[in-house]
Write a protein that binds this ligand. Structure first.
Ligand SMILES: [Zn+2]
Length: 181
């Protein structure tokens, strides 16, 4: 995500006339330069995404890039870089943009290798890619002053279960297994 002040967004296939949660008639609000349906009662945006979400596993030898971000949804949990694709943005372009925003690393969309798609709660699909650190430029610079973007030993990440999500560990393991093939 590009901003600490992230509005509540529900990813929808068809933009609704009525809020699917509370049935209030939707109004519109600006989101990323477009007027999108918005429920004034729930303060919830309904944004149609060509691709709901993207994440990347950046590998540097035996280490993986994880973020420690001061965001409510990531409190105390290390997370993979990524975020939501904008309305007219492809997944690779979205990921390269998010990676630079969140970590300072600059990458070429063509160097991203598709790994898998993770279906999370709330109907969000995370297209997950891998990327080699050696294919990137730039210095690691966390997006938030109180945050951290760092390469951590994969062995430690996979054997410590209290600081990462199971779904992230599964995909990190998948990325390493694939490289060993
Ligand atoms: Zn509502």
């Amino acid at each position: 995500m590009g901003n600490v002040d992230v509005p509540a967004i529900e990813s929808v296939v068809v933009e609704p006339d009525y809020c699917p949660r509370c049935r209030t008639e939707v109004e519109t609000n600006e989101f990323e330069g477009r007027e999108v349906p918005w429920c004034p009662d729930c303060d919830l945006l309904f944004s149609r995404h060509a691709v709901a979400a993207v994440q990347v596993i950046v590998r540097d030898g035996d280490r993986v890039l994880l973020l420690d971000e001061p965001l409510p949804q990531n409190e105390g949990v290390l997370s993979l870089p990524g975020g939501f694709a904008k309305y007219d943005e492809g997944p690779r372009e979205a990921l390269v943009r998010e990676l630079e925003e969140e970590t300072g690393l600059v990458a070429d969309p063509a160097d991203l290798e598709y790994l898998t798609t993770y279906h999370a709660d709330a109907g969000i699909y995370f297209l997950t890619y891998t990327l080699e650190r050696s294919a990137t430029a730039g210095e690691l610079t966390p997006e938030f002053e109180e945050g951290e973007a760092a390469f951590r030993p994969v062995e430690d990440v996979l054997s410590t279960t209290d600081r990462t999500r199971e779904s992230d560990r599964e995909r990190i393991e998948m990325a390493w297994n694939r490289r060993a093939e």
